[in-house]
Design a protein around this ligand. Sequence first.
Ligand code: AMP
Length: 140
Amino acid sequence: MSQTIFSRIIKGEIPCHKVYEDQHVLAFLDVSPLAPGHTLVIPKEEKATLDQLSDESAAAVGRVLPRICRAVMKATNTTAYNLLQNNGPAAHQAVFHVHFHIIPKPSESNGLGIHWPATKLDHAEGTKLANAIAAAIVKA
Ligand code: AMP
């Protein structure tokens, strides 16, 4: 994977507003926040999308995410927030290094706006899809 701006932040070549760091994980404020406290949590491992991430990095991120969410809520005095994780340009990913957005939702008009075009699950199709995904997980 080619290096992204996040690799340069990890190396300290570009400054960031750091909120957390350990051996595998770095968290810092998003430079274009949707709301105050908008934080990015990234693995130090250089992978573009979540499906490419090693179990070790995934576990390290998962271990600290709730703690960082609690800290963001406390520091911004908010109780609602969204966790967003984009994979691929079609899914709105702009920086091709895995990252989780923690986005406080202080009010209806601040934070993440969501377009949620829900449809109705066809149960016959759902059975097929669930079986296909379950079979693929065994091999993943
Ligand atoms: P995404 O669309 O999920 O790839 O989001 C990438 C995020 O990275 C955006 O919200 C950007 O504002 C943020 N970003 C890009 N460059 C920097 C930077 N140097 N420091 C902090 N956040 C950044």
